[in-house]
Design a protein around this ligand. Structure first.
Ligand code: ATP
Ligand code: MG
Length: 446
């Protein structure tokens, strides 16, 4: 088991010295028992919030969670949350407890927690307080609700997605009664804030079990992103693709790097395939335009889920280009770089590779070297320090004016024309040649 870090020991010691009970609880206990280093350490205590604040009078405190009994204490490890033992009372709206009630017993606090593996506390003597069989479920790698699953999901529908997130993150199975309720109660997710839904969904996508969980619990995913439902079982009638669209999607998620933007991109990249499907006279399936239509649908989905703008715009750009041929000439690579920039091109390379994950072997054998080749071209073009925007041309607007061109749109038009020629490799990015060509263009324009 991982050792408790010193700043955490200090906080526990201070609370205990003041006569209160205090324990590490939840994710940190789970992760230490699994031999992982916890991302953060949450503590629970019998001290009431005001009492906790009094114990840590000499520290910087963050009081944003006070209403739920949480005081965050700033330590060398960053803020550590200390929450008073509590029950959550009733949940009239299926989202927020109507009132939290502070309770004297840690076991009552553990009983309000979502899953058995998240409902353990560490006692001072090193033993684990584990009233719901969390250690056994950890050993068997299962996610199981504390208490009756239907009741727990009706209290807080978000737990349905949290079950999927933990199953993916820990690569666990969901225990059968819990799994049945996850599926049966999925409509409860309609009442949950879109921000919280997206945050759990992003966590799910990042786990090692993402593809499997997406396949096993597809109806839950379709509950929050109905646009994906048509992909399930949608056969592609095309020798390039061996799986239905949804299965392919889940495999592409697994095949992409552990990066939230790329994984969201792969989740949504083929969302428009079913609507764009048609069969040619030979009976082969095609999906012309699915990338552009998919980019638009992804934009709507991510807006609805209140995704941050940066992520949304990047995902939309990547989906829009995911189906283009990877550039096979320096000229094509320069054009792509000029259009989307180096970071996007690198992300596109990852998307193209992930998209090959379940292709037929002969298609893979053809496509993968093409993608590798494009990556080589990227490095080559970058090392040339080629001019990739009008702004970085060796001449600027003043130079064009000096040739006698009148101030106005014509200046921009000439610069754009020069840039297009440089990008194509038809003209070197040198003042002399550029000015000569500009003079020619200016004369033509008159
Ligand atoms: P991670 O390392 O992924 O953050 P975690 O277990 O710390 O995992 P959090 O979402 O940070 O997960 O929640 C902390 C703890 O609070 C959980 O372990 C669980 O005991 C409890 N908890 C959080 N959200 C809920 C909820 N919606 N219902 C019941 N208990 C919850
Ligand atoms: Mg946590």
């Amino acid at each position: 088991m991982t050792n408790i870090p010193t700043p955490i020991e200090t906080l526990l010691g201070a609370l205990r010295a003041a006569g209160y009970e205090a324990y590490p609880v939840g994710g940190c206990v789970r992760d230490s028992l699994m031999g992982r280093v916890p991302a953060d350490w949450d503590l629970c205590t019998s001290a009431l919030p005001r009492e906790t604040e009094a114990v840590f009078a000499g520290y910087r405190l963050i009081e944003t969670g006070l209403r739920h009994g949480t005081v965050a204490v700033l330590t060398d490890m960053g803020p550590v949350e200390i929450t008073t033992f509590r029950t959550d009372g009733t949940y009239a709206d299926g989202r927020h407890p109507d009132a939290v009630t502070f309770v004297p017993d840690v076991r009552e606090d553990l009983a309000r927690r979502d899953f058995t593996v998240n409902a353990m506390a560490l006692a001072p003597d090193g033993t684990v307080i584990d009233p719901f069989g969390g250690r056994e479920d950890l050993a068997n790698r299962v996610i199981r609700c504390v208490g009756e699953p239907d009741a727990r999901f009706h209290e807080d529908g978000l737990r349905i997605l949290r079950a999927l997130r933990f199953a993916s993150k820990l690569d666990f199975e969901i225990e059968s009664a819990t799994a049945r309720s996850v599926l049966a109660d999925r409509a409860l997710l309609d009442g949950i804030s879109r921000e919280r839904v997206l945050s759990e969904l992003r966590g799910l996508l990042m786990g090692p079990g993402a593809g499997r969980v997406l396949r096993d619990f597809a109806p839950v995913v379709f509950q929050v992103i109905p646009e994906l439902a048509a992909s399930a079982g949608f056969e592609q009638h095309n020798p390039y693709h061996i799986h239905d669209v949804w299965t392919h999607t889940t495999m592409a998620v697994d095949a992409s790097p552990r990066d939230e933007v790329l994984r969201l991109t792969m989740l949504l990249h083929d969302v428009a395939k079913p609507e764009k499907f048609f069969t040619d006279e030979k009976g082969a399936g095609h999906f012309y335009g699915h990338a552009q239509a998919g980019a638009e649908t992804a934009d709507n989905i991510l807006r609805r889920l209140k995704c941050d703008n940066d992520t949304r715009r990047t995902v939309v750009t990547l989906i829009d280009s995911h189906d283009i041929q990877p550039p096979q000439t320096p000229r094509a690579m320069r054009r792509l770089l000029a259009k989307v920039g180096e970071e996007r091109v690198r992300q596109l390379l990852a998307c193209w590779r992930a998209d090959q994950s379940d292709r037929a072997a002969d298609i893979m054998a053809r496509n993968m070297p093409m993608i590798d080749g494009a990556e080589g071209l990227l490095e080559e073009v970058l090392s040339e320090k080629a001019c990739l925007s009008v702004k970085s041309l060796a001449v600027n607007g003043r130079d064009i004016l000096a040739l006698g061109v009148e101030k106005g749109p014509e200046v921009g038009r000439i610069l754009e024309a020069l840039f297009a020629l440089v990008l194509d490799g038809a003209l070197p990015d040198r003042r002399e040649e550029l000015l000569a060509k500009a003079a020619e263009l200016a004369a033509e324009g008159k």
